[in-house]
Design a protein around this ligand. Sequence first.
Ligand SMILES: C[S@@+](CC[C@H](N)C(=O)[O-])C[C@H]1O[C@@H](n2cnc3c(N)ncnc32)[C@H](O)[C@@H]1O
Length: 241
Amino acid sequence: MNDLESEWEQMTPHWIKEMREGRNATREIQLDPPILDLCGDVTDKDVVDLGCGEGRFSRKLGAQGATVLGLDRSRTMIEAAMSIAGPAEEYRVADVQNLSFLEDASFDLAISYLNQCDLPDFAANTKEVFRILKPGGVFVIANLHPMRSATGLWCKDESGKKLHVTVDNYLESEKRHWKIMGVTITNFHRSLETYVMAYLDAGFKLERIEEPSVSNEALEQYPELDDEQRVPNFILFKLRR
Ligand SMILES: C[S@@+](CC[C@H](N)C(=O)[O-])C[C@H]1O[C@@H](n2cnc3c(N)ncnc32)[C@H](O)[C@@H]1O
């Protein structure tokens, strides 16, 4: 097991608990609705969920009529997903940078929900997804916003008031370390240009970019999302093969 894998293995029990029992406002309120919109009608579609974790989003797509293959490098995540899988879901341990076990042109939709920032070689993942999508197939990517992965921490005054987010070393593609749920996780910062040009170089057409925020009504219920009206934490891409 390499360092990246063992970090995620440490994180896995906390992650599964949070996804299944936590409030999870970022996903339920801010990210799922626009991502589901970008996916469109998934009824009878063959879908691959790359870096599916414990299967939360795969279950949503399965419940909406898709046939879903969830892939994750963590065996613990995959076992958790399998333990409550619906009839249209299948899960497999795999590194999504190499999908050679999947046939060319075999999926209608691929989803990468906060996974490319974890990959040392996101461009290899992108090329593999292009290969396994049918012509006209869609790749929906949710990622950390490059503005936030470029340091991205708040600069605060003496009273702790948030003044602004720090952006630095934006142009350097490099590893960054974050503490999430008590575990230090390594992920990878890349500029917007690096991401978008890799998508275009792989052969995709870029159809949409979204920087999801939260509405004032949602903020009343979920005040913990207040940062999201100031600086986007996430970015969504819809690509077409
Ligand atoms: C931030 S979590 C997102 C999980 C899920 N998509 C969700 O939104 O709940 C990232 C996931 O990517 C997985 N992962 C990291 N590197 C991977 C790789 N090279 N291949 C497959 N999965 C990977 C981790 O094990 C983890 O489950």
